[in-house]
Design a protein around this ligand. Sequence first.
Ligand SMILES: [Fe+2]
Length: 308
Amino acid sequence: MIRSLLHVGMTVPDLEIGRAFYELFGLEAHASGNDLVFRCPDRAQDQVRLIEGPKKRLSYISLGTNAAGMQALKGNLERAGVAIADAPFRVPFGGIWFQDPHGDWVNVQVEEAAPSLMAAPPEVNSPGRYRRIGTRACGVETMQKRARPRRLGHLIKFSPDVDRSTDFYTQVLGMKVSDRAQDILAFLRGTGGGDHHMLAFAKSTHTGLHHLSFEVGDFDEIAIGAQTMTRAGYKSAFGPGRHVGGSNYFHYIRDPWNSLAEYFWDIDIIPEDDSGWVPLNVTPEELTAVWASEPPPPEFPMNFELPD
Ligand SMILES: [Fe+2]
């Protein structure tokens, strides 16, 4: 049923602190009523909505489906005894709202993910597979290169019961498990396949946001983006490196509220028919990284979001 991650809503104490962070990260800010909304360049889809409030909190996630998926979802919610509620936030979009087993808000809309209008990055020359012939990958103009996020690819939420969260999002919302680490981590993809994970759960004492992750054009954009953020005083939280769960290259930056924003590139794509994909079930360490410039710091898996 769930085919795409549309955007996330977060409550934060100061919208301008959010504007400074996400604009430097590579997103574009737009006012939306009293809120601040961020989009990727050349793409007409909200990715982050910041709502001003007393403390930082992941307020909701907004997911996309098609008309048939919406009908099936409503049936599943009814059978599971989950009430469809009035919108808990003043937002200018429709869809249905309900709460997951731990009280976190979910919005689902009949909506397709918007395409990116940005030019594709240059082909890559690999041994025996040379695809960029007669064209520089790096010229003088690449000195001006910036990280340009193409889309919000996924988020990891904290959960006090990863198995229960996974059961709800697979059985009621139709998502599929791509890989997991026992009852500590679970990576879920959409019903129609696509990215290895659109949503994942990490064990904690309470809910919260671990990270939002944005796809960029190539590995350089990961490194350039991280360099831009750290030179401005934001903290590198982990990376660069390459994950096992999803295989994507990554670099995480601490956001102003102590959750994380990730640049990623080259994530595993799983087709709708699964093509024989076999989920791993290993330790969290085994899923975390094939390599990284340094081991993850002790605070990397911590939940800094305060419980209600
Ligand atoms: Fe990620």
